[in-house]
Design a protein around this ligand. Structure first.
Ligand code: GLC
Length: 431
C-alpha cells in the first residue's frame, strides 16, 4: 500500500486492541470507552463518536453499543451532555481528576451530566457504523436521540440568530484553549503576562454560567463568551448531512429533506459570516453586542473542508494556501493544530495549555484527511494517513503529539489515535 508501512499498521492495530480494552466500561446497560482510564474516567460525548469509528474497525457490535449508550443520554430537551460522570468500578477516578472535578463542579447537574455540549461528530459516526452494519433495528433505537440533539443545536443554540450554532464555554468546541478561543477571551499566547488568565478564565466561565443556571437567555444577555466556533459548526453541517441520509434509511423522507435543507442553510451562513477572502480560510465570530471575527489561524480555520458542503473554489484555496503550505501546516510532522508560522511568536506557557501549543491531534488529522479526500486530494489524504500511522506506531497512543518531534504528550493510552485504522480502511482498502 502506497506509502504505508505494513509493520507500522500491525503495531497500531495491536495497540488499539490493548488501549480500547483498558478503556472499556460495562456499567449496567451502559457500554462505552473512556478516552483514557486514568485521567478521563467518564463518558465523553465526542470522544465516544471517535471511539465508535475506531472500534468499528475492530468490532462493529461494540461500536453500536457505544453509540446506543451515548444517544441514550440525550436529555428530553435535546441537550447532549459533553461528559457524563458514571460511577462504577472502571471509572473510579484518580485523585487529580477528583480535585479537578471539584474545581469544575459548576459544570455538572445533579446526575453528573455536564451542562455543556460538544461538536456532534457522533452523528457522522452513526452514519459510518450504520453503513457497515445496515442494522435497521439499531437505527430505530438511536434515531430519536439524533433528532432531538440536532433540533437543540439548530433551534436552541443559534444565539446570534444567524443560522449558526453558538457555544457558551470553550470546552463546547472540543478544542479547549485553542488560540482562537483565547483571543475571544482577550488572552494572547504571545504575551507572557497572559498565562495566568488562561489558567483561571475557564473555571471562572463555568462559575459564571452556573450562576446563571446555564440558562441560554441569561448567558446571552451577559455576553461574556458567545462564540460561533468552526469545529462545532463544520461538524454540525456534516452531522445534518449524515442525519439526512439516516432519515431516508429510517423511512422518514420528510426529515431527510429538512436536514438536507438545514445543512445547506448552515453552510451558507458559514460562508457568509465566517469566510475571510483575504486570508483564504474561515475565522470564528464572537460578541453578541458587536460581532467580530477572530483573525487567528488554527487547523479549525480549514475544518469546513470536512463539512461536506464546502465550495470547491474555497476548498482549493484552503488546501493550497494553508493545509499544503510548508510554512503553516504541511510540515515535518502532520498536521499541527497551530500553524507553524503563527506559533513561532507564542510564549512557552502556551505549550502547557491544551490545543494552544505545538500539538497534533489524531481527530483533526482524521477529519482533515477526509476533507482532502472529499475534495479530490487523494494522494495528500493518503500521505496524511500514512504519516499518522507512522507517528502513532512509533510513539504509541497519546492524547496528542508534539508537532516538532512527533513524540507523545500528556496522557498515554488515549483512544483517539485508533482513528488511524479508519483512515487506512477508508483511503487504502475501501477506496
Ligand atoms: C480534553 C479535550 C476534549 C476531550 C476531553 C476528553 O478536554 O480537549 O476535546 O473531549 O479532553 O478526552
Amino acid at each position: 500500500m502506497d506509502g504505508l508501512d505494513e509493520t507500522d499498521l500491525l503495531k497500531v492495530r495491536d495497540e488499539a486492541l490493548r488501549v480500547f480494552e483498558a478503556a472499556e466500561v460495562h456499567a449496567g446497560s451502559d457500554y462505552f470507552h473512556m478516552p483514557n482510564a486514568k485521567y478521563y474516567p467518564s463518558l465523553f460525548a465526542w470522544d465516544s463518536g471517535f471511539n465508535a469509528v475506531a472500534m468499528s474497525q475492530i468490532d462493529a457490535e461494540r461500536s453500536m453499543r457505544e453509540l446506543e449508550t451515548l444517544f441514550g443520554r440525550v436529555a428530553p430537551d435535546g441537550h447532549m451532555p459533553h461528559e457524563v460522570l458514571i460511577d462504577c468500578e472502571e471509572t473510579r477516578a484518580s485523585l487529580s481528576r477528583n480535585l479537578l472535578r471539584r474545581m469544575f463542579r459548576w459544570a455538572y447537574d445533579s446526575n453528573g451530566a455536564s451542562r455543556m455540549t460538544d461538536p456532534p461528530i457522533y452523528v457522522f459516526a452513526a452514519e459510518q457504523v450504520y453503513s457497515g452494519t445496515r442494522d435497521a433495528k439499531w437505527l430505530a433505537k438511536i434515531w430519536p436521540g439524533i433528532r432531538r440533539l440536532l433540533d437543540y443545536l439548530i433551534f436552541e443554540r443559534d444565539l446570534f440568530d444567524s443560522g449558526l450554532v453558538s457555544i457558551v464555554h470553550p470546552w463546547e468546541a472540543g478544542t479547549d484553549l485553542s488560540p482562537q478561543i483565547l483571543s475571544a477571551l482577550g488572552i494572547d499566547p504571545a504575551k507572557r503576562a497572559d498565562a495566568l488568565k488562561a489558567t483561571f478564565l475557564v473555571p471562572l466561565l463555568c462559575r459564571h454560567c452556573d450562576r446563571l443556571s446555564w440558562d441560554l437567555k441569561s448567558i446571552s444577555a451577559a455576553n461574556r463568551f458567545i462564540f460561533e466556533d468552526l469545529t462545532m459548526n463544520s461538524i454540525t453541517i456534516r452531522a445534518l448531512t449524515s442525519a439526512s441520509r439516516l432519515a431516508n434509511e429510517a423511512g422518514d423522507p420528510a426529515a431527510a429533506a429538512r436536514y438536507d435543507e438545514r445543512a445547506r442553510a448552515m453552510a451558507s451562513a458559514l460562508d457568509e459570516l465566517l469566510w475571510d477572502d483575504e486570508a483564504g480560510c474561515y475565522f470564528p465570530r464572537f460578541d453578541l453586542a458587536a460581532p467580530r471575527n477572530v483573525r487567528v489561524i488554527t487547523a479549525a480555520s480549514v475544518l469546513p473542508l470536512f463539512s461536506g458542503l464546502c465550495e470547491p473554489e474555497r476548498a482549493a484555496r484552503m488546501i493550497e494556501e494553508h493545509v499544503l503550505n510548508p510554512s503553516e501546516f504541511w510540515v515535518d510532522y502532520l498536521i499541527p493544530f497551530n500553524s507553524h508560522r503563527q506559533i513561532a511568536g507564542f510564549r512557552p506557557w502556551s505549550d502547557k495549555k491544551l490545543w494552544a501549543g505545538h500539538c497534533i491531534w489524531a481527530n483533526f488529522n482524521w477529519m482533515i484527511a477526509i476533507g482532502l479526500w472529499d475534495h479530490g486530494r487523494e494522494a495528500e489524504a493518503r500521505k496524511l494517513a500514512a504519516r499518522t500511522v507512522e507517528m502513532v506506531a512509533r510513539a504509541g497512543f497519546w492524547e496528542y503529539y508534539d508537532s516538532r518531534t512527533g513524540e507523545g504528550r500528556r496522557m498515554r493510552d488515549f483512544t483517539w489515535p485508533g482513528l488511524a485504522l479508519d483512515m487506512v480502511d477508508r483511503f487504502f482498502v475501501r477506496a
